[in-house]
Design a protein around this ligand. Structure first.
Ligand code: HEC
Length: 134
């Protein structure tokens, strides 16, 4: 029926407009979603909020093993001499046991999908640290 075609076309055009408007937001939320799916089980981004893993507040540019108050660092991480950047975090979350054998980031299988890793690193680079918890 012509009427329903018109309606369908109108809905399509409306959706495209909404899609374009939401695109910038979607990139951000895709990054947050990737972090939530793969990391949030153990890591918070809020300053000082250590859980199973250390807070990842300001992780880009942070010395490995240096989060105050986190008590479960392995020697592998603590003595690595690494300063975290996008490139070494990519290697770390791709294959933690290959990158720093003997680490405590378990059980974590690594993230195979390079696009997912890029999103996670984008999130780590851009996320604010929230409020101090104490
Ligand atoms: C099962 C829990 C768990 C998961 C899931 C997990 N981590 Fe970790 N993470 C840890 C633990 C525990 C450590 C400390 C490891 C060590 O010292 O050997 C750690 C350490 C780190 C460090 C080093 C922090 C520092 O202060 O040097 C980074 C960076 C990191 N994780 C990023 C991630 C990212 C990004 C993800 C998601 C892709 C992730 N982790 C998933 C538990 C986890």
């Amino acid at each position: 029926m012509p009427d329903s075609w018109t309606r369908t076309a109108a809905i399509c055009l409306l959706s495209i407009g909404m899609f374009q408007a939401a695109l910038a937001d979607d990139v951000t939320s895709a990054a947050e979603l990737a972090f939530n799916n793969h990391c949030r089980e153990c890591h918070m981004i809020d300053r000082g909020d250590n859980r199973v893993g250390p807070s990842l507040c300001g992780i880009i540019g942070r010395k490995a093993g240096s989060e105050a108050g986190f008590g479960n660092y392995s020697a592998a991480v603590k003595d690595s001499g690494i300063v975290w950047d996008a490139a070494n975090i990519d290697q770390w979350i791709k294959n933690p046991n290959g990158f720093l054998p003997g680490n405590n980031m378990n059980p974590f299988p690594g993230v195979d999908d390079a696009a997912q890793r890029r999103l996670i690193i984008a999130y780590l680079s851009s996320a604010t640290c929230g409020k101090p918890i104490n």
